[in-house]
Design a protein around this ligand. Sequence first.
Ligand SMILES: C[S@@+](CC[C@H](N)C(=O)[O-])C[C@H]1O[C@@H](n2cnc3c(N)ncnc32)[C@H](O)[C@@H]1O
Length: 276
Amino acid sequence: MEFYNENCFDRLKKLPNNSINLVVSDPPYAISFDASPHMKNSDWDKMSKKEYIELITNYLTECKRVLTSNGSAWIFFGPSMLLELIEAVKNSGMYIHFDQWKSICRQKGRGAQNKFKSQREDFILVTKHPTNFVLNNIDDLFNYKENITNILNYYSGEVERPPFKFSDTIYNFKMPYYLSKTEKQIHSCQKSILLLYALIMNSSQKGDTVFDGFAGSGSCAIASQLAERNFIGCELESDMYEKAQNWISKFDYDNYKKNYLKITTWFGRLHSGKKA
Ligand SMILES: C[S@@+](CC[C@H](N)C(=O)[O-])C[C@H]1O[C@@H](n2cnc3c(N)ncnc32)[C@H](O)[C@@H]1O
């Protein structure tokens, strides 16, 4: 595992062509999100639409260079910046897959004046080649019927709440904010390890290398380790980098694998390598 307190663009310059199999990244959404109280410098999300397009264009252009010919990227974004994201993907020469556009539902939603609250955070598949990319087709494994048992067990206190699917595109993943025994919140935008793990399992193979230039809490580093992938990542802010390092090194990987990754048959199947 390689994790740097560095600007991701400096790290990307040092990476050789065709050396990364999968990018999983949650860059700034450019919605002026205030990341305090978890970060000293919490302004990194403040930028204009033009700056966002530039950031994502430059990031994906570099990602395209370092990705293998069948490599891909899962990119998180705020739905209000969809048009800007599309423009950036086009500028980079990568391909965007609208049929692989998914959303996580945040139960609480985020406030907005004179609007309905936004309950979604989106992520979409972007690939280097239009048709040749890894997708292990394990998407429909958030099977409601199978999970209902686990949900009942969750309410009886026997297991932690499993992820489940509302529809083909909307997932209710436990966000770290909702008290988990294993995932504490150290970053305001922290993503669920389970979700990142699912994306990694879907879009790469064992032993591959995953890159995350906007690593935040280090959740993707932990998910990569659980999925037995190599990881290269960066976090710019030193205080967050320290916290992330600490979490990554103290994380109880064996316990998580044993007690959490296998709570659904979905993960059981993933581990046994069988297709749905
Ligand atoms: C949306 S957060 C990522 C949260 C992460 N997905 C998690 O689960 O914790 C984006 C992070 O990228 C960092 N960042 C912003 N610009 C960066 C850059 N150029 N290079 C490296 N990190 C950067 C910010 O400090 C912030 O922590």
